[in-house]
Design a protein around this ligand. Structure first.
Ligand code: ATP
Ligand code: MG
Length: 568
């Protein structure tokens, strides 16, 4: 977290200084540059919020640019999903841009490099190139093809482009320094033959530029002033700068690196998320347990809560792991303000109210948000038969249990006081129904005689409710760091990350629920209709988040034993 919120984080400071010096003529142009080879996750949201945030703050512009120079893994569905995720997060961009739209200009830049004697066609095999590259401790060796003439290079590169060679036969390499301590500078490949159809350029090209060549030049072509990327690109910066320095580009963007977002109890990497999906550990990319933006959206996360989370964690140069509890508390803060309250019983226990008239149904008023009268009221119905939560009854309750038990009186939220008179059990001895009486004088929840009850419980009218499936989610992994000590994260999956409850009883008003619209089920947590599974007749609700952080409570209840060896 940033200590100095006035000046903002270090990137904001850099931008302010640049503006003060009138660098880039006082302009700020950033970009969010995903490769369309998968779905976005919450880590990407950090980059989105940062890039769009800085542009917004300084009256600038942020481009959404697809870095689509590797046709083998890229697909239109990813492009569509990424666009919709950025919009959903609340950011606006003009038309999306594509690195592939610059293929002609990138090709010209490659020709310019060759003409300047700064690039050559190399005919080593992939394996030979690896051998020649050297290691972190040993310098590399020059390729025997390094001194080819400009004419020969131009000819070979043209023939690469014309499809005369197979993949891997020749590559175009930047001519930098095989002895550089930075391996990225040891004559990196900038173009290779690839016989793949591209989602946007089809079969027009059979040579494709490498990421390091594409990225910096795309930035330069777009007039990006500050090219913000994650720390793993720090070692690529000299190459970024080298390429731009050699070529006649319109500008020289400044690359600035920041630490990636990591969150405990989950993984943030497209490759690992892909593995979870491919091996069916979860049900698709939008599984509500995943940290993908599609999954989080389906689960009921709000864009505001994600933006706020990214704001709070700030931007720094140091890697860290953020507590999932912080993300959830940002979500709760937002939902607490915005979500209407309703009643739903997820583990129903039938209650029959003996002294309530058999055929009577009455309408009671309930507040949509007790602290926000402006959110209005709704009607709920009451009858002789209702459901309460199984957890709200104990046959042999301890003293401090302020809910239902034999002979005990509680308040039904927005309705009456009821007293438990009898229980009905099945053959196994399980309580399956409560017989209660109600006090007609307590309508609305107060006793005229001033009699107090300690507990208020939620309920649903059994004769006028909707039935639904409810899915409860828990953390996807058992441990804070699923990969601790280099172990396989798959082994650390939490087998109880999904609990499906069927036959849940919800108040009738929820028949109007729309996906992504979150409700607080009083006393239970926040829930929303699932956007993908279920139907009008058999709806499915997702628990977005609990009311409180159950994990924090658990940690307090069971503090680590003192003499326990410390985890390494
Ligand atoms: P992954 O490692 O999950 O595949 P990536 O970095 O390969 O992600 P890109 O599509 O290349 O995914 O990312 C687009 C932008 O999002 C990049 O600028 C990248 O730095 C940034 N980004 C990706 N993951 C994170 C993260 N966890 N925290 C912050 N920024 C991220
Ligand atoms: Mg990547």
């Amino acid at each position: 977290m940033e200590a100095d919120t006035k000046k903002g984080h270090f990137i904001e400071s850099i931008i302010r200084e640049d503006l003060a010096k009138n660098k880039n003529h006082g302009k700020v142009i950033t970009r969010f540059p995903p490769e369309p080879n998968g779905y976005l996750h919450i880590g990407h949201a950090k980059s989105i919020c940062l890039n769009f945030g800085m542009a917004g703050k300084f009256n600038g512009q942020c481009n959404l640019r697809f870095d689509d120079s590797n046709p083998a893994k890229e697909k239109q569905v990813y492009i569509d999903s990424i666009e919709s995720a950025v919009k959903w997060l609340g950011f606006e961009y003009g038309e999306p841009l594509f690195a592939s739209d610059y293929f002609d200009r990138l090709h010209e830049f490659a020709l310019e490099l060759i003409q300047k004697g700064k690039a050559y066609v190399c005919s080593l095999t992939a394996e030979e190139i690896r051998e020649y590259r050297g290691t972190l401790t040993e310098p590399g060796k020059d390729s025997p093809y390094r001194e080819r003439s400009v004419e020969e290079n131009l000819d070979l590169f043209a023939r690469m482009k014309n499809g005369e060679f197979d993949e891997g036969e020749h590559t175009l390499r930047a001519k930098i320094d095989m002895k550089s301590p930075n391996i990225n500078m040891r004559d990196p490949i900038i173009y290779r033959v690839k016989n793949a159809s591209h989602p946007r350029t089809g079969d027009r090209w059979c040579i494709y530029p490498m990421y390091d060549f594409t990225h910096c030049l795309s930035d330069a072509l777009e007039g990006i002033t500050h090219s913000l990327c994650s720390l793993e690109f720090e070692d690529h910066r000299p190459l970024y700068d080298w390429i731009i320095d050699q070529l006649s580009t319109p500008c020289h963007p400044q690359q600035i690196e920041f630490a990636r977002m990591n969150i405990n109890y989950t993984v943030l990497s497209k490759r690992k998320l892909q593995q979870l999906v491919d091996q069916d550990h979860v049900n698709g990319w939008d599984d509500p347990r995943l940290p993908t933006l599609e999954g989080m959206r389906r689960r009921g996360y709000t864009p505001a809560s994600i933006r706020n989370f990214c704001d709070i964690i700030g931007v720094s140069k140091k890697d860290s792991r953020i507590d999932m509890g912080l993300l959830e508390s940002c979500l709760r803060d937002d939902l607490n303000e915005t979500s209407p309250r309703v009643m739903g019983v997820i583990r129903p226990l039938k209650v029959t109210i003996e002294n309530y008239p058999e055929d009577q149904t009455e309408t009671l008023e309930a507040l949509n948000h007790p602290q926000k009268p402006e959110m209005g009221k709704r009607n709920i119905s009451f009858s002789k038969e209702i459901y309460v939560e199984q957890d709200d009854f104990m046959e042999d309750p301890p003293k401090k249990f302020f809910r239902l038990g034999p002979g005990r009186e509680v308040r039904l939220r927005y309705a009456y006081f009821i007293t438990c008179r009898d229980v009905i059990k099945d053959e196994t001895g399980k309580v399956i129904e409560l017989i209660c009486t109600y006090d007609p004088e307590t309508r609305g929840g107060n006793a005229p005689d001033g009699r107090k009850v300690k507990g208020t419980i939620h309920w649903v009218n059994a004769r006028d409710c909707m039935e639904a499936e409810v899915r409860l989610y828990d953390r996807l992994f058992k441990d804070e760091n699923p990969e601790e000590g280099g172990r396989d994260f798959i082994e650390n999956l939490n087998p109880d990350s999904l609990e499906i409850l069927t036959g849940c009883k919800l108040e009738k008003s929820l028949e109007q629920a729309e996906p992504e619209k979150v409700f607080q089920f009083e006393r239970l947590g926040y829930f929303c209709l699932d956007s993908k599974e279920g139907s009008k007749d058999a709806p499915v609700f997702n628990r977005t988040v609990t009311l409180r952080d159950a994990w924090a409570k658990l940690a307090k209840k069971h503090p680590p034993r003192k003499n326990q060896p410390k985890k390494k």
